[in-house]
Design a protein. Sequence first.
Length: 269
Amino acid sequence: PSAMREVILEVPKVNWEDVGGQKEVKAQLMEAVEWPQKHHEAFNRIGTRPPTGVLLFGPPGCSKTLMARAVASEAGLNFLAVKGPELFSKWVGESEKAVRSLFAKARANAPSIVFFDEIDSLAVTRGKESDGVSVSDRVMSQLLVELDGLHQRVNVTVIAATNRPDKIDPALLRPGRFDRLLYVGPPNEVDREEIFRIHLQKIPCGSDVSLKELAELTDGSTGADISLICREAAVAAIEESLDASVITMKHLKMAIKQIQPSEVQSYQK
Ligand code: ATP
């Protein structure tokens, strides 16, 4: 039995314009991922090595995954995504094999990005097995081997994401591994306006819909909350009338009342 479902290879179709706010993180991601892959001669000439891995951290629903996909798409890179917990198998040896084959696939499909969501999950399973080495220890050592092996390559980049940077194994953060840390925070009012614009683009809106007012009404909401609000508003409009052809402020305000903000303010950076 394989430890992991077959990792799907894709070139995502997400543009930078699909991500509201996050200007600084977008710029940093381009610099860390797109530049080295596109201009590797320049990096070689200057004799400097770009970062091996990028760690995106911050509260849930604030576009870590979305931006990892966007940078792959914008730079035209193949994208292999895996969630931390998927790497675990109860079968001895299978988990390490899964990590090895993931990186083999990334190299075979370079230029590429390997995206690890929920990377913190690698630290949680500390239940020791009879030989005294836990599955997570073995997955971790294999991951470190693979990361260190990428050292001289510019055409495979690893990006990891976590809501819990405090739980990350410090070994992962050493130079040459995940050595670029980027905080992906909650949207401010201007950002929320942009996120509403993005998510309402595909929904016909009545003339009373004010993006500015929507942004004002959603303090504490994440991008994921806003995406949900827009979908709920569309459902509310249909529920009200099957002939509905637009959504109005009334529907959006109803949805805002329903979808509580994710209280990202409590997040400890
Ligand atoms: P998690 O930690 O829960 O995995 P995340 O930070 O990776 O969260 P995403 O999965 O990228 O968050 O966001 C979920 C969804 O919320 C996105 O697919 C998108 O629809 C919406 N979203 C979040 N942030 C933004 C944003 N800045 N602009 C536009 N849409 C956003």
